[in-house]
Design a protein around this ligand. Structure first.
Ligand code: GDP
Length: 365
């Protein structure tokens, strides 16, 4: 099947959720009578509350017989390692910008990573329905930003789409249109299909998910060959460590969820169940032909905080999870998913030093 992998970068409130919602509707992910509610990608309550996208999520749609994997990216700089890993799954990137506010400094970091990874950019100038919007100036500001970020000649020649997620249209000009198809056509036209190397199975784990039923789930793009349910694979880790493991279950992304499949071909993103003991950057390889990809570093933490139980005279008067065992469980659970987080236990075991990457890292608490 023909395929496109595209990441979306947007400053908070510039309309990413509304855009993804439009893409899902346009490609009939929902049955016509299904009540979807608005703002589908913001499913995480905490995120909605804080208005920040912390967890990367994927969606996948089919348009004109082409599968489009839509990869969400954190819009800010604090999870440096995460941004780069997530972008590695994409071949193109949509930079979504508010037609009034223009590009914001907070998205600079992520955009720069995307340009340096040589992703093909598409610029979407949203909210042109707003009375005081200034789409032409915003277009120029985006060009200027690309230039400052050392975009290549080809990247500087980016296609631009204008429109309104709210009104449900995007077009190559400011002329309102009846739907978002011009943008979807633009994705098929401008984003290259994934580059596929010839050879046996090779897949780098670039992200992970966690399910209390299935355990840790490894996510990445199959770069080469094919991965199959029940297959014996070699998990290749740093310093020559190789573990032979059987793939229990395989999933691809479909709509807002995942679909269980028996095999995944090179180029597609997939989620692998059964390889509990992996790290980000490890390579899933053919057992006979073991070849590891260069590992990806997760940025080291930049700050730390000590967490302890309440030992004040009011101890025990309030709260449910008050013992250090509770605290320990909560921290260890978070480490399953939150890769740039590190925790050290104090000698007495009653407090923990938590290492993270800047203020935004603590938001999940
Ligand atoms: P996100 O934070 O980037 O996911 O942004 P949302 O999609 O949640 O949108 C933020 C706000 O902008 C919401 O109130 C949307 O209704 C509004 N919005 C999104 N797209 C448009 C648009 O094209 N025009 C206008 N006027 N408002 C929009």
């Amino acid at each position: 099947m023909d395929l496109r992998n595209i990441a979306i970068i947007a400053h908070v409130d510039h309309g990413k959720t509304t855009l993804v919602d439009n893409i899902l509707r346009a490609t009939k992910v929902f049955r016509d009578n299904q009540d979807t509610g608005d703002l589908i990608m913001d499913s995480n309550d905490l995120e909605r509350e804080r208005g920040i996208t912390i967890f990367s999520k994927n969606a996948a749609v089919t348009y004109k017989d082409v599968k489009i994997n839509v990869i969400d990216t954190p819009g800010h700089a604090d999870f440096g390692g995460e941004v780069e890993r997530v972008l590695k799954m994409a071949d193109g990137v949509i930079l979504l910008v508010d037609a009034f506010e223009g590009p914001m400094p907070q998205t600079r970091f992520v955009l720069q990573k995307a340009l340096h990874l040589n992703l093909k950019p598409i610029v979407v100038i949203n909210k042109v329905d707003k009375p005081n919007c200034r789409p032409d100036e915003v277009h120029d500001a985006v060009f200027e930003l690309f230039f400052q970020l050392d975009a290549t000649e080809e990247q500087l020649d980016f296609p631009t789409y204008y429109g309104s997620g709210k009104q449900g249209w995007f077009n190559e000009t400011l002329e309102p249109f009846e739907n978002i198809n011009p943008l979807l056509d633009g994705i098929l036209k401008h984003v290259p299909p994934p580059h596929i190397n010839k050879g046996t199975l090779q897949m780098q784990i670039t992200s992970l998910d966690y399910s209390s039923f299935l355990g840790r789930i490894a996510i990445g793009k199959v770069g080469r060959g094919v991965i199959k349910e029940g297959q014996q694979i070699a998990l290749m880790q740093p310093e020559g460590v190789v573990k032979k493991i059987k793939v229990k279950e395989l999933y691809v992304f479909e709509g807002m969820g995942k679909k269980k499949v028996s095999e995944v071909l090179a180029g597609d993103l997939c989620a692998v169940v059964g390889i509990d003991d992996f790290n980000i950057g490890d390579t899933i390889s053919d057992v006979e032909n073991q070849e590891a990809l260069p590992s990806i570093s997760v940025d080291e933490p930049t700050m730390s905080m000590t967490f302890g139980i309440n030992n004040s005279p009011f101890y025990g008067k309030d709260g449910k999870f008050v013992t250090s065992r509770h605290l320990r469980e909560r921290l260890w659970k978070e480490m399953e998913k939150n890769l740039a987080l590190k925790v050290e236990e104090s000698e007495g075991g009653d407090s923990f030093i938590v290492f993270g990457r800047g203020i935004l890292h603590w938001v999940f608490w």
